[in-house]
Design a protein around this ligand. Structure first.
Ligand code: MRU
Length: 347
């Protein structure tokens, strides 16, 4: 089953907030509800967000009452802004919406409003199908870097749930496993929303890949002890120079990997590479509700004092000097990334 799919004129998505306790599919008929679902993290992970926004735009087409192409395009433009504002860091969101808008605008002079509605839906479906195919290609390139017997640290959730299907970094691990390589995964639990402990562990369980959950601050211990051969992570936006924005904690993992000479590979579809940004300091970083940090419980009790304040930075940027190679669907880019990343993107 796909994480994000179109069925009976509705967008359907696995509700990632309730996994692994419950498996539920939610259905959407309006683009504003889709935008809210992205913000609330019903759906999360850069490529999954992109696909959800694409289908959200298709819904906006059917919500528009306009029989004129110009009116429909204006309504789609308004919906685009709403969808793009749902989360700031993952560039796939804007990339997907812009791709659909460009497809609609290009043919607007010669197509009726209904034809444009259908075109936007077709393009959203194409984008979703391509995501699965791209992930599988990327996984082949990444799996070639994994040796039989490797222990791998993985951060956040980058699996089928973070994409339309298969996954990015976890897709690499899954493909290596299917190739018969014996691997062990240390799953960073990924505070504060615990995408690792809840979602990655749930996925690995189903694929039959051996794993152990570790608290995020344990990674350095195992890296220093020589127990880890590689780190694989995803990315929400990678700048032209190879600086990689990903889930908060990725930077600290990369530092510890670098200090211990352990290769660190972000797995990044080219739709996540933002060549318009020269370096990672220009990437907008989402700060979420402090309640996600303060609401954590231990032994049935709230952890923080009742008046405590918190900061909830959702992503950080790993500088390119800590990155061994960037795995894409077109192959692996190695330093100097300023030169080599553009080559894999433009292939
Ligand atoms: O806040 P999230 O859960 O959307 O963050 C997800 C990540 O950071 C992933 O590593 C990233 O989207 C790339 S994986 C496909």
């Amino acid at each position: 089953m796909r994480t994000v799919f179109w069925e009976n004129n509705e967008l359907k998505m696995i509700d990632q907030r309730v996994l692994p306790v419950r498996f539920e599919i939610l259905a959407y008929r309006g683009h504003k509800e889709v935008a809210a679902a992205i913000t609330d993290m019903v759906v999360r992970g850069a490529p999954a967000i992109g696909a959800a926004a694409a289908f959200g735009l298709a819904l906006a087409g059917y919500e528009s009452a306009s029989s004129l192409t110009s009116g429909l395009l204006a309504d789609l433009q308004t919906a685009s802004a709403t969808l793009k504002a749902a989360r700031p860091t993952a560039v796939n969101l804007a990339w997907a919406v812009d791709r659909l808008m460009a497809a609609a605008s290009t043919v607007s002079a010669e197509r009726s409003a209904d034809e444009i509605r259908q075109l936007v839906l077709d393009e959203a479906q194409k984008l979703a199908d391509e995501d699965v195919e791209i992930n599988k290609r990327m996984a082949e390139h990444g799996a070639a870097l994994i040796n039989d017997g490797d222990t791998i640290i993985h951060h956040c959730n980058t699996g089928a749930l973070a994409t339309v299907d298969w996954g990015t970094a976890l897709g690499v691990i899954r493909t290596a496993h299917e190739q018969g390589k014996k691997i062990h995964v240390f799953v960073d639990e990924t505070r504060p929303r615990l995408q690792g402990a809840r979602l990655t562990a749930w996925e690995l369980e189903q694929y039959g890949i051996p794993y152990e959950i570790i608290s995020d601050n344990t990674a350095g211990y195992f890296l220093k002890a020589g127990k880890v051969q590689k780190c694989f992570v995803g990315s929400d936006r990678t700048a032209a120079n190879g600086d990689v924005a990903n889930k908060i904690g990725t930077y600290m993992l990369a530092l510890a990997a670098f200090d211990n000479g352990v290769p660190f590979y972000p797995v990044v579809p080219t739709s996540t590479i933002d060549l318009s940004l020269a370096h990672g300091d220009l990437i907008p970083i989402e700060e979420r509700n402090p309640q996600e940090v303060l609401g954590l419980e231990f032994e049935g009790q709230r952890v923080a004092p009742i008046n405590a304040k918190a900061r909830n930075i959702a992503f950080d940027v790993t500088p390119n000097k800590l990155v061994t190679g960037i795995v894409t669907e077109n192959g692996v880019a190695y330093p100097p990334f300023e030169v080599n990343l553009i080559k894999v993107v433009k292939q």
